[in-house]
Design a protein around this ligand. Structure first.
Ligand SMILES: O=C(O)CCC(=O)C(=O)O
Length: 287
């Protein structure tokens, strides 16, 4: 990782996210961790496990809730190279809504697909229910995904595509007839250890993987604590002595006193609030 000591987010990076609706953070994980994450992903996918399994069209496979399935994923929960930017863009009142492993097989360009074809281009915003309930113009920034790609990153690997600056575009996106991507869509220029951030309103789509190798990604989705998690509850994780209070918060600390009684709303965010205050007040960090 670039640094294990969190530093305040770069204001230019926050402004770039506001403008572009996506951001790349370079070297957010070490090559060693990346290798272990890829191995853990392959191990999980090889199991017959059905709890949390997420199989979909065109041979896509994966799981929701991988941080509770293999400890290898735990360092991603409060990755110090990523968390300051996510908190800077949302607030400290966050939890991890999902840790989502996505396996995308390679399909040759002429191969049969049911999605990412002109009739079903696959471009979407996340949190479709929020958009449905609030309306596409009214839905705010609610959550941010940090996407790590664990297989070879080549131009044909099927890395997630984004439409820059689309966060305020209620859509639907315009895709020219016979095409599968809107004009101006891009494949982010990622290095293997980089992370791609995008939010619920960013128009995006899985790219086309024609590389001959499966594409593996882990998407960590952080959202406000008042939003429901998409993963199965894993309260046992919060009991672990090797995790700290910020990790526990992200894994679902409720608004409760130590004796289980109810405390004020938002109280369960104290750890990240304190961490955020420390990150921003450390004199080592002021330039
Ligand atoms: O697999 C991908 O690249 C895209 C995944 C996606 O669209 C999503 O998680 O909402």
């Amino acid at each position: 990782m670039t640094s294990t000591i969190p530093v305040p987010p770069d204001p230019d990076a926050l402004a770039a996210f506001d403008r572009d609706s996506y951001l790349i953070l370079r070297n957010a994980i070490s090559p060693e961790l990346r290798k272990r994450l890829a191995e853990a992903s392959v191990r999980l996918l090889a199991t017959g496990r059905t709890a949390g399994r997420d199989r979909s069209t065109d041979g896509k496979d994966g799981f929701r809730g991988v941080v509770a399935m293999d400890d290898t994923f735990l360092p991603l929960v409060a990755n110090p190279a990523v968390l300051p930017t996510v908190v800077g863009l949302l607030s400290p009142n966050l939890h991890l809504m999902s840790s989502n492993l996505i396996y995308m097989p390679s399909i040759p360009s002429g191969g049969t697909r049911t999605i990412r074809v002109p009739e079903r281009h696959g471009w979407h915003r996340d949190m479709a229910s929020a958009t449905r309930d609030l309306g596409p113009e009214k839905v705010p920034r609610l959550a941010i995904k940090a996407a790590y790609y664990l297989s070879d990153i080549t131009p044909d690997a099927g890395i997630t595509m984004v439409l820059p600056g689309s966060g305020n575009d209620p859509g639907p996106v315009t895709v020219p007839q016979g095409a599968i991507d809107p004009p101006r869509a891009i494949t982010p220029d990622l290095g293997p250890c980089d992370v791609l951030l995008f939010e619920n309103r960013t128009w995006h789509a899985g790219g086309l993987n024609t590389s001959g190798h499966p594409r593996l990604a882990v998407m960590m989705q952080y959202g406000y604590r008042w939003l429901a998690s998409l993963d199965d509850a894993a309260p046992h994780l919060r009991e672990r002595p090797d995790l700290d209070d910020t990790e526990r918060q992200l894994l679902g600390t409720p608004d409760r006193n130590p004796d289980g009684s109810v405390t004020h709303e938002g109280a369960g965010a104290w750890a990240l609030q304190q961490w955020w205050d420390d990150v921003n007040s450390n004199p080592l960090h002021s330039s």
